[in-house]
Ligand binder design. Structure first.
Ligand code: NAP
Ligand code: HSE
Length: 414
């Protein structure tokens, strides 16, 4: 029987333990179980836990694990960069397969860790790092065998989709629903990563790195959070026939990439707009297959543990991990240049002077008959304009209004 060490016994770790050692689901249910968790690494051995395992050893010392030659597979589900990055490296160097759900580590070190796994003749898997239970990494690896992928778009964060859904459907406040998402185990230990978009940024960079054969860097991402969407924005979008979604997008053009993570207004009858709660959805465009759409639970114990254990089964069988993908092609980012969109804009004003300045600035970009003034707020939508022009309009509006929010408008997404 193969031996597994589990790093982390929080939301994801517990789900993995339940499937493997407690035989939830089919694969590990038989008498001849092919593997079991021998060690679990935690920060605090004395913490009160919902489950106290008696069939494996709880430790707070990684040395116990790395020095145990009987351990074949390391599953890492701790969170943050360090010490997990170092533990993953050491595990690969010691010839152990690694399965991880840590997108921060994979996003920053995908090329280096893939090389390290290949040098040590072991596998590195990270399906649980993107899209929760959706098998998107393995699908990209498969799609790439035949296709050139040129576009990826998706709702990639369960917490923020849950928040936007509750705001839209129940008209509840941002902070109130964030707390519910935290209680349900969707949010990161520090939820700033969810609401300011770092989590989506890391996930879309991992997907772009795989799909575009280059190490996509977070510093190239145009990133905007969702924390300043208000209920007024949600209501105004509703009257226009749209809802807000938080979208990660990666495009490839002439071997250069453009990656953004921004709030987007989607028509209510589009597929993506109807992906709600903690569900994620990802669209891929391959030159042969055309459009592919993947949907499933993007966060939470069981969905993520399903992805992690599925990788573990692959590790047991030493199946394809995508380790052959070469990230060495050095594609550069083309940023937002050449990209045009229509935009929704809200500017909150205190007096007539501010109102007049906002209207003056808006007049160059505004779509006909698309301006509303209510409750000291100016709402308008623009014609198709360059993203760079939108950025400079935003900066100018911020100088004369109290609070400004904008989002690009999409007319489809299936
Ligand atoms: P979590 O509930 O906060 O659990 C983290 C676990 O790691 C805890 O058991 C903690 O020990 C342990 N840990 C943290 N730092 C440690 C350290 N320095 N040394 C030893 N143990 C340490 O986190 P989670 O939600 O399960 O997430 C784990 C990972 O999966 C993260 O990378 C996250 O981004 C990723 N992920 C999470 C989800 C989700 O829905 N939650 C989905 C996909 C991916 P104690 O128990 O002693 O505190
Ligand atoms: N905090 C993340 C989310 C967990 O809400 O999507 C899954 O990666």
């Amino acid at each position: 029987m193969k031996q597994i060490a589990l790093l982390g016994f929080g939301t994801v770790g517990l789900g993995v333990y339940e499937i493997i050692n407690q035989h939830r689901g089919l694969y590990f249910a038989g008498k001849e179980t092919p593997a079991a968790i021998k060690w679990i690494l935690v920060r605090d051995k004395n913490k009160r836990r919902a489950v106290n395992p008696t069939d494996c050893v709880l430790t707070d010392d990684f040395e116990d694990i790395i020095n145990d030659d009987s351990v074949d597979i390391i599953i890492s589900a701790m969170g943050g960069m360090e010490p997990e990055y170092t533990y993953i490296k050491k595990s690969l160097e010691r010839g152990k397969h690694v399965v991880t759900a840590n997108k921060e580590v994979i996003c920053a070190h995908i090329a280096e860790l893939t090389d390290l796994a290949n040098k040590n003749n072991v596998k590195l898997y990270y399906e649980g790092a993107v899209g929760g239970g959706i098998p998107i990494i393995s699908s990209i690896v498969e799609t790439l065998k035949i296709n050139k992928i040129t576009k990826i778009q998706g709702i990639l964060n369960g917490t923020t989709n849950f928040i936007l859904t509750k705001m839209t459907k129940e008209m509840r406040d941002f902070d109130e629903v964030l707390k519910v998402a935290q209680d349900l185990g969707f949010a990161e230990a520090d939820p700033t990563a969810d609401i300011e978009g770092y989590d989506v940024m890391r996930k879309i960079c991992i997907l772009a790195s795989l799909a575009f054969h280059t190490h996509a860097k977070t510093e190239d991402v145009h990133l905007r959070g969702i924390s300043n969407i208000t209920l007024d924005d949600v209501k105004m979008a509703d009257t226009m026939g749209y809802d807000f979604k938080y979208i990660g997008q990666a495009l490839l053009k002439d071997d250069k990439y453009s990656i953004s993570v921004t709030p987007v207004l989607l028509p209510k009858d589009s597929v993506m707009c109807n992906v709600n709660q903690e569900y994620n959805v990802i669209l891929l465009y391959g030159d042969i297959i055309g459009e592919l759409c993947f949907m499933g639970k993007g966060a939470g114990k069981d969905a993520t543990a399903n992805a992690v254990v599925s990788d573990t089964i692959k590790a047991l069988n030493e199946e394809d991990s995508g380790n052959h993908i070469n990230f060495a092609e050095t594609a550069n980012s083309y940023g937002l240049s050449g990209i045009k969109n229509e935009y929704y804009i809200r500017a909150s004003v205190k007096n007539y002077d501010q109102f007049e300045k906002v209207i003056d600035l808006a007049s160059g970009a505004i779509k006909k008959n698309n301006l509303t003034y209510t409750n000291s707020k100016v709402f308008f939508t623009t014609e198709l304009i360059r993203s760079s022009d939108m950025l400079s309009l935003y900066e100018q509006l911020r100088e004369c209004a109290d609070d400004v929010f904008y989002a690009r408008m999409e007319h489809s997404l299936l």
